[in-house]
Design a protein around this ligand. Structure first.
Ligand code: BJW
Length: 253
């Protein structure tokens, strides 16, 4: 049996499927992957030099501008055939597929996927760098300032306490959202099949979900045009772009 045929058989047989996606699933929507070369004034900086609180503190404007540029690039991005194939499968088979994404681009949601577990936050949301001082002073519970009402700037800031607005994404060294991570661990630990799509598999704890699935008895299929750090956890590797192969993998027999 060929690789695709084998994977399609596992899709048909699996009662529960977990899909772990990374930046590559959005590549064919024109979104650069995370470890692609950065361009322009960010050309000689690594993501690790930008996606940390330390980097933001050191140079808030540079990091803010990087995110502003990415938001701008994403505004018109549309889901591709890979996102669509996942969303359509969920619609045809309610409750069978959980999508766990490291992406912050909302393209799975835009394609119509439901219950998406976004492990690394949302590029289009903001929050304060520190818990709002005012909410502490006035007893919390809604007493804090709204980041949307911050003074305009790069980044916007609080006129009273000088707190800075930052994107509501998960930077290196920060904890992942607890609810999303525990739901993802549950999905990975109880699925019969995990599809690992468009991720280099270098960032943890997300990458650990593929090992958890494998150790819990699931079949693991990696779909990626390039080798990944998770290939050794996979039973099967499909070498190719996800917008081309996800529709073939998930189509009805
Ligand atoms: C295609 C394609 C096509 C191209 N079709 N595919 C265990 C071991 C070692 C280290 C650690 C560990 N546990 C934790 C760590 C530390 C750290 C970490 O993992 N470091 C490693 C780099 C070594 N992890 C953390 O710090 C995490 N936090 C944490 O552990 O907290 C602990 C804690 C607990 C309690 C209190 C406090 C702390 C947080 C990780 C956050 C990651 N954040 C980022 C930025 C998000 C915001 C933003 O977008 O700016 O998330 S980093 C970046 O990497 C981003 C991505 O989601 C993530 C993964 O990248 P991804 O998606 O895999 O993209 P690429 O570019 O790497 O790969 C793209 C792939 O697509 C390639 O394979 C291509 O071939 C492929 N491709 N075209 C299909 N058409």
């Amino acid at each position: 049996m060929g690789t695709l045929e084998q994977a399609r058989l596992w899709v048909r047989q699996a009662r529960r499927i977990a899909v772990l996606t990374g930046a590559g699933v959005s590549a064919e929507s024109g979104v650069p992957t995370f470890r692609d070369a950065q361009t322009g004034i960010w050309a000689n900086l690594r993501p690790e030099d930008l996606a940390t609180e330390e980097a933001f503190r050191r140079n808030p404007r540079r990091v803010w501008d990087w995110y502003a540029q990415r938001r701008e690039n994403l505004r018109d991005a549309q889901p591709n055939a890979g996102h669509a194939a996942l969303a359509e499968f969920q619609q045809r088979h309610p409750g069978r597929m959980t999508i766990i994404t490291q992406n912050v681009d909302r393209l799975h949601q835009k394609a119509g996927s439901t219950g998406v577990l976004a492990l690394h936050g949302d590029l289009f949301e903001n929050r304060w760098l520190h818990p709002c001082l005012k909410s502490d002073l006035y007893g919390g519970a809604g007493g804090g300032c709204d980041p949307a009402a911050a003074e305009p700037g790069r980044p916007p800031y609080c006129a009273e306490c000088r707190n800075l607005v930052r994107p509501a994404v998960v930077w290196f060294g920060e904890a992942l959202p607890e609810d999303a991570l525990s739901a993802a661990e549950h999905a990975a630990g109880t699925c019969n099949l995990m599809l690992v799509v468009g991720t280099s598999g270098v960032v943890y704890p997300a990458a650990g979900l593929a090992h958890l699935a494998r150790d819990s008895g699931a079949h693991v299929v990696v779909l990626n045009p390039e080798p990944t750090d998770l290939d050794q956890a996979a039973h099967l590797r499909i070498a190719g772009p996800s917008a081309q192969w996800l529709p073939l993998l998930l189509a009805e027999p």
